[in-house]
Design a protein around this ligand. Sequence first.
Ligand SMILES: Cc1cc2nc3c(=O)[nH]c(=O)nc-3n(C[C@H](O)[C@H](O)[C@H](O)COP(=O)(O)OP(=O)(O)OC[C@H]3O[C@@H](n4cnc5c(N)ncnc54)[C@H](O)[C@@H]3O)c2cc1C
Length: 391
Amino acid sequence: MASTDSLTVPDAPDFTDALLTLPASGLTAPVRERLAACARAADTSGEPDREAVALLRDSGMLGLALPYEYGGTGDDAQELNTAVEQVAQVNASAAIMLFQHYAVSRRVLEHGSPALCRRLLPRLARGDWLAASAWSETGAGANKKRLSTTARRTPDGGWVLDGAKSFTTSAGLADVYLVLAQTEEPAADSGADTGYGSAGQTFFLVTADTPGLEPDTSLRLTGMRGSATGFVSVHDCHVPDANRLGPVGAAASIIAGVRDSGASLGAVSVGLAQAALDLAHEHAERRGLTAQQAVRHQLVDLATEVEAARAVVERAGRRSAADPGVTTLHSKLFASSAAERVVSAVERMLGSAGYVASHDINRYDRDARAVALMGPTNDLCKELVSLTWNR
Ligand SMILES: Cc1cc2nc3c(=O)[nH]c(=O)nc-3n(C[C@H](O)[C@H](O)[C@H](O)COP(=O)(O)OP(=O)(O)OC[C@H]3O[C@@H](n4cnc5c(N)ncnc54)[C@H](O)[C@@H]3O)c2cc1C
């Protein structure tokens, strides 16, 4: 949807747009059903779930992360986590696209120049534009320390980007990408290890219509198959300095601040775990298995896991802990592991019904596994928590 007028100021936002069809109690039943149906279709086809994105645009959910002044609804991190959880209950691929959109919206709000905010945020709030994060690369995985994507200054003060990103969610669907690039070589002694990213890296917002930007969704994922997680290459891609996000070389400190926001990918896992638990209840009731104490107690154990995961994600969203960033890391670690445990237990509880390939539980299993691999990976989360012990 990005158009060639992407550098012009859009019309003033219509605030009522974003006051939305989303009821306070969550997704409407028809939207839930349509999101669930397109999750099944995309899981089979492996094609980007365009219908889910259209539903997210129409629902007004894309505007939750932004304040009223830009046409959003000013939801806090706890409310965003709840929104992501609700979408994940029916369509985890859509939930990670939504999560990335919120993350980029917030980073622009926090670090964008006033002109960049005026230009981008009303579009992101209205859902005219979907945002994506293009940080990972094939050769720069979990800790993003050896980026091959570079950004060089041009004589007119702009930048030219070259490189290739991998595992970008919403590739080819997004209208704007937050691209992480190396703007200078990090010095050998580039200071304290932030655990993620390095000195000399800078963020740029690159619109989908920029010549040289090419998405490629040929990557065939095991799970999150509707999420359009693929490659995005930038070749001789000219980007104005006005599209730089934050100071030159300061991306690592922006990244370090992300977890302080309280937005947790653990919310995706809570949604998946809740969906699996609901399947177990339905199955047990349909088969009369709740008459068995052993089955009832197993359902209670799983419900306890889901409650605990939701509680730590909510605590991350409230940002009430002494170190909210550490709580966000704990929330992702715990909720993603809990979801894998719950889904795996429910697979066994469903018996042979769950062994049918088209059963939703198999999609939940593959989707749940992805969250631990998403950035920061669970291994890196542990590393980031332990780094705080030396402060
Ligand atoms: C479904 C999905 C969606 C994604 N969406 C996006 C996106 O939108 N944008 C984006 O930029 N990226 C995205 N990613 C990539 C993700 O953010 C991870 O950062 C990236 O996959 C990690 O790179 P790698 O798997 O190549 O890890 P590698 O660096 O190859 O690491 C391999 C393993 O070693 C572990 N490891 C690495 N370093 C350490 C360390 N220091 N200590 C302990 N363990 C370590 C890792 O945890 C991992 O398990 C997505 C990934 C998935 C699966």
